[in-house]
Write a new protein. Sequence first.
Length: 187
Amino acid sequence: MYSILDIDLDYFNLMPDAVVHFRRLLTWADRPVALVVERHNHAFAHWRNRWRRTGIPPSHILHVDEHHDMMDQRQQANIGNFMFHAMAIWPQCRVHWLVQEAIDSPAMWLEDETWNSMRHRFTHGPDRPLRWPKPDVVSVCTSPDFIARDLASELKYVLSEFMAERRGGNPPNQAVVGTSLRAAPHR
């Protein structure tokens, strides 16, 4: 079993006590953040490269995001469809979209046949499913175009506490792509 915790900071946009919830989620993961990206599909590219290197596909993805990221079936993965690509190339992988209030459903965006083949592996809701496995990899997308600067700064400060190099080691697959975590929270 290989599990991914995939967090997009835009998830915390409207959440009261966002910093507390983010810290709680990273503490539950009980492992350093291995990957930080600005564009969510770049996290998918890293997951896919890891799969190609190891031959071990993810069995679970806990997708913590304001969006389900299954908005089309285009051949090229992008920020709006990369979760569709993950479910398509890993047909045994279960995805739980952790969302406070779903704004829509992948069923609205995908062809009926495609959605019917995936929907039994896709769940959503505000709570982690019981017995959902702790992650082997934690990735975070900063989504600078989708989150207020002050909130992003506070969340990045928390994120810096959970980065591998701050917790005593660099895992072999750690990468930080296209973002700076040096910002301190605005008070």
